[in-house]
Design a binder for this molecule. Sequence first.
Ligand code: SF4
Length: 353
Amino acid sequence: MTRPAAAPDDFPFARRLLDWYDVHGRRDLPWKQGRDPYRIWVSEIMLQQTQVATVRGYYARFMASFPDVEALAAADADEVLAHWAGLGYYARARNLHRAARIVVDAHGGVMPDSLDALTALPGIGRSTAAAILALSSGARHAILDGNVRRVLSRLHRVDGDPGAAATLKRLWALAEAHTPRERVDDYTQAIMDLGALVCTRRPDCPRCPVSELCEGYRRDDAARFPRPRARRERPRRSADFLLLRDPQGRVLLERRPPSGIWGGLWCLPEVDVDPGEWIRHRLGATPGEIRERPSIDHGFTHFDLEIRPRAAMVSVSADAVADGADLRWHGPRELGDAGLPAPFRRLLDALNH
Ligand code: SF4
């Protein structure tokens, strides 16, 4: 296939990067097959806090169930969250689902093709919107995700607090200046690939296609950039969660409120009262012995949570315990389908081994 002309010489960074990408770029990524903005959007959201290797499997299952924006908009929130279970940062899935409904209701099922309309959708920031447009249509938009920030910070020795507005402004200006006028789709993927494959936490400068333009490499201090974020002491919280089973071997799950940690997901019920009281009050049942199981530590973005499981058999017929919209007994098969967060999934898997 004949490639379009390479980027002109007023974009020396892009030219070198594209030459490298033609040989070393990751063109086998599943979301790189075709230019469907919906497929690109889903991949960009999944990749925001998750590595490519993990995303691949989730992406394939998500696309098999929700092949287009109409299918996603029509899906039940539980079903969408179940496909996200284990990926973490569940607000991403809730926003994706809400945004799909807006695309169907307000845009006739067609993904908007402007930066403003895309950033108006829940969960889509400036860089994600730019990536969707650049990768799907080749429109000239600069991106500034984590990989690009790292590359540009080293290339130009951008010092300063990485979260400060002035630093971001400088990086956005550099990102705009380096984005070529041609092959913007390839360039966008190429700069992400460079950050993921070469200019990683420990940069492999001798292998880098842009080393002769890189100030950090020339001054032999590239790894100093970007400046690490100031480390704050992470708060630690703890909470009790009930692991209740009934005589049929079913497990009781509760749907979390829509916002907050694990928002909208089915989890073991969290209790801030005496577990026996909770069982009597909420289930009208008499608990058997309540046993403490080993705690599990789970890290969120802003704090660490100590999960303290309290296990008991509920010694009444399961029929006496009414299922509700937010409280439901799950048999083994339903448990397999439920969108459980990773620590609860591991806890329940351990019970079965
Ligand atoms: Fe990153 Fe090194 Fe390449 Fe500079 S030369 S962009 S620091 S890999």
